[in-house]
Design a protein around this ligand. Structure first.
Ligand SMILES: Cc1ncc(COP(=O)(O)O)c(C=O)c1O
Length: 389
């Protein structure tokens, strides 16, 4: 599969390319925003879907445990995880799962902690459910983000925090949290009876030399406060199939989660979601290895291009994910100016930094899950708009 081959996604009802007018107010921006990739999914997944479609009857599905076998084996092999099939539930998206988590493990007025800058639906899941959003702001130095653990604990105590939504690896800053960092957070949560929702949707997207550590791989004592979400959606570029997985080892936590998801009649995923999930974890390894190599090359290309051509923009290659976090604070004094520059002058569609939190102001998130030609086009658009006016 040649990943340089452009795939025309226009007029496929895809939000990234077909909703530009609504999102950016014009339809001539080059989109490198929402987190899906412009590559075709693995041929094995496409084949499995075609085969299922050809059957022609699309009645209500059942979810046999065997569907999860490839997922369990994948995680055993890659992450050393021993996943018990009793812990597994399906859900139509990780964003659905953490919203259910907020409802299941907290009540109105409780504090829910997130680490900003972070994926905007973390914010809305808290706010839309009338919980108090508590921010443990990540600390940035030269583009590298770390955790202020004193602030983490203080905010938990001061704000009646009952749930912490962890993003590992972190969108948008690209940190793959280390075991020590995870343990420190988990210890504080355990001490103050705070549950952890570990969103590990980016866990398969790790760059060379870095190792993903799942919260589930930590000491067993944390399992009583832990719910973890994973999915084939980012990994194999099938987010439109809405097939995700939540893992809940603790029986009480499982019961509380199911009370909410059953109450909303949410949980089942479609037959195409199930088919693709099984095929991805069974056959997707080689495809993923190629894609990750390509994306890492994109990240390196971006790094070199910025250093050589527009050094006032700061970028640090992430440890994982296919997202890049561009720091324009030396160039523009407000987010409004930056957004206007990107949309109306450079004519590219990125994610505005401030949607990730106050400390995202002055930044923009770029999606590197695209063909090199798209990335080069985007970078030249920025460069030309910066220097040619
Ligand atoms: C950290 C994180 N969680 C969840 C999601 C969305 O997941 P889903 O499409 O499964 O709801 C994204 C998508 O970008 C994400 O970055």
């Amino acid at each position: 599969m040649n990943l340089d081959t452009l795939v025309d996604r226009k007029n496929t009802d895809c939000v990234k390319w077909d909703a530009l007018q609504e999102v950016y107010g014009r339809d001539d921006v080059l989109p490198l925003w929402i987190a899906d990739m412009d590559f075709k999914s693995s041929p094995k997944i496409i084949e499995a879907l075609i085969k299922r479609a050809e059957h022609g009857v699309f009645g209500y599905p059942t979810t046999p445990k065997s569907v999860f076998k490839p997922f369990i084996e994948w995680n055993a092999k890659r992450n050393g995880l021993g996943i018990d099939e009793e812990w597994i539930l399906t859900c139509p998206g990780v964003a659905v799962a953490f919203s259910i988590g907020v409802q299941a493990y907290t009540k109105e007025g409780d504090g829910v902690m997130i680490q900003t800058p972070v994926y905007p639906p973390f914010h809305s899941a808290v706010k839309n459910n009338n919980r108090i959003m508590v921010e443990n702001e990540l600390v940035e130095k030269d583009g590298y983000y770390t955790i202020n653990f004193d602030d983490f604990e203080r905010k938990i105590i001061d704000n009646n925090v009952k749930l912490f939504i962890l993003c590992n690896p972190h969108n948008p800053v690209g940190r793959v949290w280390k075991k020590e960092e995870l343990e420190k957070m988990a210890d504080i949560c355990l001490k103050h009876d705070v549950k952890i929702f570990s969103d590990e949707i980016h866990s398969d997207l790790i760059f060379k030399g870095k190792k993903f550590v799942s919260a589930l791989s930590l000491d067993g004592k944390y399992k009583k406060i832990l719910i973890t979400a994973m999915a084939p959606s980012k990994t194999f570029n099938i987010p439109g199939l809405y097939s995700s997985i939540v893992l809940i080892p603790d029986k009480n936590m499982m019961e509380d989660y199911k009370k909410v998801s059953d109450g909303l009649a949410i949980g089942e995923i479609t037959i195409f979601g199930l088919t693709a999930m099984e095929a991805s974890y069974k056959h997707g390894e080689e495809w993923l290895a190629n894609v990750m190599e390509y994306i890492e090359d994109n990240a390196e290309y971006l790094d070199t291009f910025i250093k050589e051509n527009m050094p006032e923009i700061k970028y640090r290659k992430p440890e994982g994910t296919y997202l890049g976090w561009l720091d324009f604070r030396n160039v523009f004094s407000t987010q409004e100016e930056l957004d206007d520059f990107l949309i109306n002058k450079a004519k590219i569609g990125l994610n505005s930094g401030e949607t990730f939190g106050r400390n995202g102001e002055g930044f923009a998130r770029i999606n590197l899950g695209c063909q090199r030609a798209i990335l080069i086009d985007a970078l030249n658009r920025i460069k030309n708009a910066l220097y040619k006016g």
